[in-house]
Write a protein that binds this ligand. Sequence first.
Ligand SMILES: [Ca+2]
Ligand SMILES: [Ca+2]
Length: 163
Amino acid sequence: MNHADVAVVLRGGMMCSLYQLQVLVVIFSLLSSVASRHCGNGWEHKNGRCYKFVRFRTNFVGSMYFCRYFGGGLVEIDGYNEYQTVVSLARARNFPDFYIGLTDAFSEGNWIQASSYNFQTYFSWSPGEPNNHGNQDCVQVYSADLKMDDLSCSEHMHFVCEK
Ligand SMILES: [Ca+2]
Ligand SMILES: [Ca+2]
């Protein structure tokens, strides 16, 4: 093998690895574009829904506003399965206590979903909750036991959006 042959082999090897790199880049960009096409950046796709775990605090109305601003709504729990999905995502990222879209502000003890106004049929209250202590009309999920608690709608909490 002379020097020219070595140069060709080296160049061939380099081209090959560059080509492999380009293939990887294309695959990754395809994968990420599929993910973002479905949910968008900062959203997580799970069981056919998109969730966004927002890491700043605001009151209940603020959380509804920001979820709308982000292109979704404050998360509404449509049943056991969705609750398990949301709390497992929360647990996986050590998410603090957070608002969900559930309120009895319109009629004490009658819990409705905050954006759709559907009556809530699934609950996973923490022991002793809801207690409406001092008039609590909004709902958080405790990070400690991943159960629901009614709290004042003026509390500033993290929150989860859905779309
Ligand atoms: Ca209440
Ligand atoms: Ca309470």
